[in-house]
Design a protein around this ligand. Structure first.
Ligand SMILES: *[C@@H]1O[C@H](CO)[C@@H](O)[C@H](O)[C@H]1NC(C)=O
Ligand SMILES: *[C@@H]1O[C@H](CO)[C@@H](O)[C@H](O)[C@H]1NC(C)=O
Length: 351
């Protein structure tokens, strides 16, 4: 499922199970849900007091130390419970306590699978904006053997995404564990600060190669389904903007529309006016390409008067967000630390 900026998964938590819509996020390691209040959530929030399978984790347990080491802090307010605090790049922050809970997943064949004792963050304070219409975050970066991904068997997962704009498409999928679909070309990755990084070796617009500085891109592009746009460091971003401006010159009128003062925007119709716009490719190491077509490169403005480039300037690392991953099946193998990208209509994937 999606909310037109991220893809959501529907997972039931606790007993009796309460369905929760969580944003699928390869860019963080914690799975958390709102436990006290959430004004913008579309579905009922999780109340630990009503769940018979909720087990709090104490701050002195080994699990607390192992699991929560880096992103967490101990907040005396929560007494001797194991606390966490996580701040995201958009500056929203979530803090609360860690617990073990039972997760219930729907399977592709229509059944359910129950997994007990999954580490769950129960968010007691959320800071910064409405936080979207989802109940929490499904962090897929696996920091250690306690993480859910590592416990599914196979130490792998995959997801297949269709168009982020098409809310009626039913073939988007996330597969955890040994049934993950890992096919097509793969590229090496490494983990750092709860992120999966790959190397971008080149960026091209049609036949034209941008001159990128390899040091800016060496294991410095994070695969992040928790971010909507693609982000590039300044040196590459500036060249991309120049290319796009050149291609639009005389055809479409630049505009200050939508939400972005710093974004490159034009008046016009995304679907009609960009026919023939060249493919922008991110060339990852060992021959893996991520191709951004018009849908991956541009986003309609909310008022519908125009569109903006869905690639923005980054101050630190490069980010391969969810828009760049539309129409791809992406397979993570954490045993050999490789990730595969295959351009495909998810409906055609075989189980
Ligand atoms: C989530 O899944 C549950 C069944 O597990 C279902 O009853 C509910 O309607 C689903 N929620 C959404 C928003 O699809
Ligand atoms: C656990 O919490 C208690 C009560 O706040 C505190 O006194 C103690 O130092 C904490 N222990 C650890 C290991 O943080």
């Amino acid at each position: 499922m999606e909310d037109t900026s991220l893809f959501l998964v529907n997972i039931s938590i606790g007993h009796p199970p309460v369905p929760q819509l969580l944003a699928m996020d390869t860019g963080s390691n914690l799975i958390w849900v709102h436990c006290t209040r959430c004004d913008s959530c579309k579905t009922k929030i999780f109340d630990p007091k009503r769940s018979s399978t909720y087990i709090g984790i104490s701050n002195s347990s080994r699990l607390c130390q192992d699991y929560a080491a880096s992103p967490s802090y101990n907040n005396p307010q929560y007494d001797s419970q194991c606390s966490f605090g996580i701040r995201y790049e958009d500056n929203t922050a979530s803090s609360g306590v860690l617990a073990l809970e039972k997760f219930t997943f729907l399977t592709s064949t229509g059944g359910t699978v129950e997994i007990p004792n999954v580490v769950l963050g129960c968010t007691l304070e959320f800071d910064g904006g409405p936080g979207g219409n989802f109940n929490g975050i499904f962090g897929l970066e696996a920091p250690n053997e306690h993480h859910f991904v590592s416990r599914t068997g196979g130490n792998r997962f995959s997801y297949c995404l269709g168009s982020i704009r098409d809310t009626s498409y039913i073939y988007n999928q996330l597969i955890l564990g040994s049934g993950a679909i890992i096919q097509g070309m793969s590229t090496p990755m490494s983990t750092r600060n709860n992120h999966y990084f790959v190397t971008i070796e080149g960026i091209s617009v049609g036949d034209k190669q941008l001159a990128i500085n390899e040091y800016d891109f060496y294991y410095n592009a994070v695969i992040d389904t928790g971010t909507t746009f693609t982000e590039l460091v300044k040196s590459a971003y500036v060249q991309l903007v120049e290319e796009v401006r050149g291609l639009m010159d005389g055809l479409l009128e630049p505009a200050h529309v939508g939400n972005g003062d710093n974004m490159l925007c034009y008046l016009g119709d995304l679907d009609k006016d960009l026919k023939g716009f060249p493919i922008v490719s991110l060339h990852l190491s060992e021959g893996v390409d991520i191709d951004l077509d018009v849908e991956g490169m541009f986003q309609k403005t909310p008022e519908g008067l125009g569109f903006c480039m869905a690639v923005v300037e980054s101050k630190s690392m490069n980010v391969i967000g969810v828009m760049a991953q539309q129409y791809y099946n992406v397979g993570f193998n954490l045993d050999n630390m490789r990730v595969s990208f295959q351009r495909i209509d998810c409906e055609l994937l075989e189980d």
